[in-house]
Design a protein around this ligand. Structure first.
Ligand code: IMP
Length: 502
């Protein structure tokens, strides 16, 4: 069954890999060539010899921007080579779309690695999990594939926090951040206040009417403080807790030790990030952030294993920028006209979770460099490059101007960030192609030298990103189809894309 994803991976000091572009037939000839292009080497800073990729057990895939970068598709390519796929933070504020044959599934909690039958799945201890949303996804998955993975290959950390109806109600009062309204922040807040409910404790609370009463009482007082009229009835809460217990008893496991054992057996673990670096609670554009640490530092912690296991960390970035919810966005464009509208319309930039239109803007390399400082990417996956087709010139933000001074970092103050003006470098555009033409170009490039075989204007855009960030681009996405990807030759994403995973 063919599956593909929509939606919504060195150091610079290594030697340069210089590849001279080959003459490829067909579509490549439609791309404008600079006078000296045919003799100019592709300045990819891809430095690691292929043999090094994938030799250590744990890999991380992270959103390098404000979320929705297309992590699912990258994970889809890596999961067949992984024994485990693990979510380590967030909850159903995340979203990815899986197309299986004629059917489209919108997933929010189940790890993207679910599409690889051989991949075991963990919802890690760093997550906040809505049991009802998980149930819906599992039912849809079973209807489509006949598989019931819970307790068989899907395990929920006993330490993960439970999202209850109260958390959703409380989140609905948010007026500042523009949250997804899924109860994520309130569930993390309860956890930090040490009054939250973990899966391991559901049975204990459900069996104790006093504990249920005191929990509903606390919840109702809190709803009062934010002006929400709905009330949590103790009887209802108790029956919900009993349902959670019954529904997930086999899946709730001690997943940290489970993963540690797997790693000691030499199995590979893929750690799937949700949201993006700029939405990190500590390092993002606070307060317009999510409530968890979305960065590499939390990838192992939120899975219950130690950071020494991580070998490689891939950052996923769109070829432009999007953001949903409120908060400063220096390279933001109008959604009503011009390049911003094209990004929105061609890129189908609507939130998978809430359906809200995503705000769009030019690629922000200041944010990407900040993201690199936090995560130390081994490689970048550049997604949705096709969306920029036909825009000329392309702009890329290389620094900000704040009160007359050039800066190349994201200021901690939201007020300061709101005043930052982007400083752009301009780059010649490349033509707009239709979906099939992009797939054809991807196939042509894959049969050549991978990314190095792409047309010059595209390679120049990629080189610009590599030069500014110091990170090699290891894969480029030019459409939602699984075949619409081109990897760096011999790199970690140089995998057989036709491999049906389910
Ligand atoms: P919360 O995570 O629902 O609390 O929302 C906090 C902020 O993060 C809001 O601006 C959301 O729009 C944003 N956000 C949360 N999850 C995602 C995501 O998966 N992609 C993009 N933005 C997100």
């Amino acid at each position: 069954m063919q599956i593909h994803f929509t939606n919504s991976l060195a150091s610079a000091s290594g030697c340069l890999c210089a590849m001279v572009p080959r003459d490829l037939p067909g579509l490549h000839n439609r791309f404008p060539m600079h006078a000296d292009a045919r003799n100019r080497p592709f300045q990819s800073i891809q430095t690691r010899p292929p043999a090094l990729w994938g030799t250590l057990p744990a890999s991380v895939v992270l959103g390098a921007q404000w979320g929705d970068e297309g992590k699912g598709k990258a994970i889809d390519q890596l999961a067949p080579h992984s024994d485990w796929a693990v979510r380590f933070q967030g909850g159903n504020n995340a979203g990815h779309t899986i197309v299986v044959g004629e059917t489209t599934l919108k997933m929010h909690l189940l790890p993207s690695g679910i599409t690889s039958r051989g991949c075991k799945l963990v919802l890690g201890c760093g997550m906040v999990i809505d049991p009802w949303v998980l149930d819906r996804e599992l039912v849809e998955w079973a209807e489509l594939t006949g598989e019931r993975p819970e307790g068989e290959r899907l395990f929920i950390s006993e330490r993960a926090a439970v999202i209850l109806p109260f958390h959703r109600l409380y989140d609905s009062a948010d007026k500042l951040v523009g949250t997804t309204g899924r109860g994520i922040g309130p569930a993390y807040r309860d956890r930090t206040e040490r009054v939250g409910l973990r899966f391991v404790d559901v049975g204990k609370v459900a069996g104790n009417p006093d504990a249920v009463n005191s929990m509903s009482d606390r919840m109702n007082k809190q709803l009062d403080t934010v002006g929400v009229q709905d009330r949590i009835e103790p009887e209802q809460l108790q029956s919900e807790l009993n349902w959670i217990l019954e529904r997930y008893s086999e899946a709730i496991q001690s997943t940290g030790p489970m993963l540690d054992d797997a790693l000691s057996r030499g199995e590979n673990v893929l750690l799937e990030g949700a949201q993006g670096a700029m939405l990190d609670i500590d390092q993002g554009t606070y307060p317009f952030v999510t409530s968890s640490v979305t960065c590499r530092a939390n990838a192992t912690h939120g899975a219950g294993i130690h950071p020494g296991h991580i070998d490689q960390c891939f950052g996923i970035t769109k070829a432009y920028t999007t953001r949903v919810g409120n908060g400063p966005f220096p390279t933001e464009l109008s959604l009503e006209e011009g390049p911003g509208k094209q990004m929105s319309v061609v890129g189908h930039e609507f939130g998978t979770t809430t359906g809200r239109p995503r705000r769009t803007g030019w690629l922000d390399l200041v944010a990407l460099k900040e993201s690199q400082r936090l995560n130390g990417y081994s490689g970048l996956v550049l997604t949705k490059l096709d969306v920029l087709g036909g825009l000329d010139p392309l702009k890329v933000c290389v620094s900000y101007e704040l009160d007359g001074n050039r800066i190349d970092h994201i200021p901690a103050s939201t007020d300061d960030l709101s005043r930052c003006q982007p400083v752009y470098e301009e780059h010649p555009g490349f033509p707009s192609l239709d979906v099939d033409e992009w797939i054809e170009m991807a196939a042509e490039s894959r049969s050549g030298e991978g990314i190095a075989s792409l047309p010059q204007t595209i390679r120049d855009y990629i080189s610009l990103i590599e030069d500014h960030t110091g990170i090699p681009v290891v894969s480029v996405g030019v459409g939602p189809d699984r075949m619409a990807s081109i990897a760096s030759s011999g790199g970690p994403f140089d995998v057989d894309l036709s491999e049906a995973t389910f």
